[in-house]
Ligand binder design. Structure first.
Ligand code: FAD
Length: 451
């Protein structure tokens, strides 16, 4: 049987674009459909614009610190419109690069929505049917709002990058990394930020000690954070949004943002036409080679709800190409993935949390918490946490948690050692780099506790 293409990729995000390009480089005939903008969530409404906003939001502190260091500088006003225009120009530039990369790899790009018609056929929103030997689903996910009357008065992370004006005040609902990052960003940009999270502590799934420190410092920096609290009612009143919380508080905000989770983009994708198995949340179920129960159909990235991060989607895409187009079956390694949360303070983590590790085996916990030199001098109360979790039996470092400026950069490096199976004694053999914050990672002599 002959097909129009060897591979048809649905979705032009982190996973889809990488898979299409690398498959085409093997000589395969490849096409890709993207219904919105090339680059996907990461480039258009995720990691990239968010990090630019983090950078923008850090200047008020930097200016205060500069004053403390003797500089005669003063902070002016933040011009959101100017920043937003430049940010979107940068996103346009990056989207252009993605398009050129596809072009340059001879991938045929369709600006259209694709749905699955049968095991080897997709239908485009243009009405065209296209056949392919393999179909790769890389459609990502989208934000979900809770069921609540008038919920559409609120926005999600999709809209935050498009706001015409910065609100004077915002209520952020949620306690995950996206909610907490935007609480810090908007607070830094001068917005009055209130955050409600229904759970007992923000950043569920991360190390408890790190979560506590981040929550405390978010509050110290001005975020009005309420855990154990949720939104109960909302309505438009006098051009603002009136809200009532589960604790009875009534308050009015210019804007409400829901960061209450994401769901796989599988609605109307035609999975039922071919019987692709999905999980409870609609996530596509794949084996370790990214293959669904329909042999010609594969899936990578957020739509499979394994680890929802850009570099993971990219690795899954590479493993898919290696397996299907290079004849080298390659499972995806989801162990010991380092990650960063761009809260203020920033958090980097790799491996197990203290809670996970002590459930698994006897451990030693090494911690160092201190006021770093740079901000201490400027009179700030900011605290840093460096934490190692060590197996008593094997001496391996099972987890590293860093709450500090540039923690993301640090955890990338420590992640190499942890992935290599370094022991506490391997860490100790490394000479400190002085004066740095990270030197604490190799100078902690006695455990703070055992468990
Ligand atoms: P996506 O990048 O979402 O791409 C899917 C694409 O498919 C989209 O462009 C969509 O328009 C398209 N599509 C959907 N359905 C169809 C269809 N039927 N036909 C055609 N096209 C379709 N990750 C990190 O690693 N670090 C971070 O700092 C980080 N920050 C984030 C901040 C925010 C606010 C958000 C929302 C996410 C962030 N992420 C971050 C997560 C990261 O963006 C995702 O893990 C990553 O983009 C997943 O890639 P993907 O290829 O699976 O899907």
């Amino acid at each position: 049987m002959s097909f129009d293409y060897d591979l048809f990729v649905i979705g032009g995000g982190s996973g889809g674009v990488r898979a299409a390009r690398v498959a085409a480089a093997t000589g395969a005939k490849v096409a890709l459909a993207e219904e919105y903008r090339m680059g996907g969530t990461c480039v258009i409404r995720g990691c990239v614009p968010k990090k630019l906003m983090v950078f923008a939001s850090e200047f008020p502190n930097a200016i205060e610190d500069a004053q403390a260091y003797g500089w005669d500088v003063s902070s002016g006003d933040f011009d959101w419109t100017d920043f937003r225009t430049k940010m979107h120009a940068e996103l346009d530039r990056l989207e252009g690069i993605y398009r050129r990369l596809l072009d340059g790899s001879s991938v045929r790009a369709y600006d259209a929505r694709a749905t699955i018609k049968d095991e080897h056929t997709v239908t485009l929103s243009t009405g065209e049917d296209i056949t392919a030997k393999h179909i790769l689903i890389a459609v990502g996910g989208r934000p979900v709002k809770p069921e609540l009357v008038n919920v559409d008065l609120g926005i999600t992370s999709n809209e935050i990058f498009l706001l015409e004006d910065l609100p004077k005040s915002i209520l952020i609902i949620g306690g995950g990394y996206i909610a907490c990052e935007f609480a810090g960003i908007l607070n830094g940009l001068g917005v009055e930020v209130t955050q409600y999270y229904r759970g007992a502590q923000i950043l569920r799934g991360f190390d408890d000690e790190a979560r506590g420190l981040i929550a405390d410092q978010m509050r110290d920096k001005g975020v009005n954070l309420h855990c154990g609290t949720n939104i109960l009612e909302m309505e438009r009143r006098d051009g603002k949004i009136w809200t009532k919380a589960t604790n009875g508080t009534e308050a009015t905000f210019d804007q409400v943002m829901f960061a209450t989770g994401r769901t796989p983009n599988v609605e109307g994708l035609g999975l039922e036409n071919v019987g692709v198995n999905v999980g409870r949340l609609g996530e596509i179920i794949v084996d370790e080679y990214n293959q669904t129960n329909v042999p010609s159909i594969y899936a990578v990235g957020d739509v499979t709800d394994r680890v929802q991060l850009t570099p993971v989607a990219i690795r899954e895409a590479m493993a898919f190409v290696e397996t299907v187009f290079k004849g080298n079956p390659t499972p995806v390694d989801h162990e010991l993935i380092p990650s960063a949360v761009f809260t203020q303070p920033e958090y980097g983590a790799v491996g197990l949390t203290e809670e996970q590790a002590r459930d698994q085996e006897p451990i030693e916990v090494y911690t160092s918490s201190f006021r770093p030199m740079q901000t201490l001098f400027a009179g700030r109360e900011d605290r840093v946490l460096m934490k190692l979790i060590v197996s008593q039996a094997t001496r391996k470092v099972l987890g590293v948690h860093i709450v500090a400026p540039q923690a993301g950069e640090m955890i990338q490096m420590v992640g190499i050692a942890v992935k290599m199976g370094a022991t506490k004694e391997d860490f100790d053999r490394v000479c400190a780099v002085h004066p740095t914050m990270a030197e604490e990672l190799v100078t902690m002599k006695s455990p703070t506790r055992t468990a």
